[in-house]
Design a protein around this ligand. Structure first.
Ligand code: NAD
Length: 260
């Protein structure tokens, strides 16, 4: 078990990529604070994991990652329940948007930045301080997106926030290296979670066709990579972006070319 004895905080842990990662971490021997804006869904996830034979391996915590005091309280809660923190997965996020010229800044800019950008900054800051207090060590993994590296429809603000996550990761790796802390960002492509599953079958098929295997990535496949990145086996990966996009970023469109 590659995460035996590790204590992790996973934000957005009640759904999608976060929930799959909670389940994977527990199977790998970690104890996890499932942190989400919905305490009810976080508690439900924790109860189900306990019922599956992992009693005591998780605890639920309500957090709005866009509020620093709540993120600090989340880190303190993990220490209170499990004694320390070894890994934080800054994964909570919201998506959506409108064409730029239809923006109302107070609706289309600030709210997404608060969760997707500020939330990751707060997680890095609060966990970084805890890591230092513990005497060093620790891993910070943060969820960016393919959109953090490119322009796309309806994602003017989302792309900016996800680009900031990549920048935060580089800077955190640099600044926290003296405390033995590693930081890594992941860029998922098209993952079959509620963010994508809300769309029509036709649109989901289009999304799938943008990836090399012509299918949506399963959240469990992202979780497998995050578990590796959190483990000591990934000690040489630091400050960089790990693409988990099934080739999305390496090709544009599959063409039916005649042989020539
Ligand atoms: N699904 C995809 O295709 C995809 C692709 C690239 C990146 N991502 C990113 O992956 C991450 C997880 O997304 P997902 O697809 O699993 O979505 P999801 O909606 O299934 O899960 C997101 C979770 O975050 C929680 N959350 C939302 N706002 C919060 C807040 N302010 N504080 C605490 N928790 C909050 C939600 O309650 C939810 O449980 C997000 O950062 C998203 O931007 C997703």
């Amino acid at each position: 078990m590659r995460l035996e004895g590790k204590i992790a905080i996973i934000t957005g842990g009640a759904s999608g990529i976060g929930l799959a990662t909670v389940q994977k971490f527990v199977r790998e021997g970690a104890k996890v604070l499932i942190a989400d804006i919905s305490l009810e869904r976080a508690q439900h996830a924790s109860d189900e994991i306990a019922a599956a034979g992992f009693d005591g391996a998780t605890a639920a915590c309500q957090v709005d990652v866009s509020v620093f005091a709540e993120v600090e309280a989340m880190v303190a809660r993990a220490v209170e329940v499990f004694g320390r923190v070894d890994v934080i997965f800054n994964n909570a996020g919201i998506a959506g948007g409108r064409p730029l010229l239809e923006h109302e800044p107070e609706k289309d800019y600030a709210p997404i930045l608060r969760v997707d950008q500020d939330g990751v900054y707060y997680g890095i800051l609060a966990a970084g301080r805890q890591f230092k207090k513990q005497g060093g060590g620790g891993v910070i993994i943060s969820t960016s997106s393919i959109y953090g590296e490119q322009a796309a429809e309806l994602s003017f603000t989302y792309s900016a926030a996800k680009a900031a996550v990549i920048s935060f990761t580089r800077s955190a790796a640099y600044e926290l290296a003296e405390h033995g802390v590693r930081a890594v960002a992941i860029t998922p492509g098209r993952v079959g979670t509620p963010i994508i599953n809300q769309f029509s079958d036709e649109l989901k098929a289009t999304f799938a066709a943008e990836q090399v295997r012509n299918k949506l990535t399963r959240p469990e496949e992202i979780a497998d990579v995050v578990a590796f990145l959190a483990s000591d086996e990934a000690n040489a990966i630091n400050g960089t972006v790990v693409s988990v996009d099934d080739g999305y970023s390496v090709f544009k469109q599959r063409l039916d070319l005649p042989v020539f």
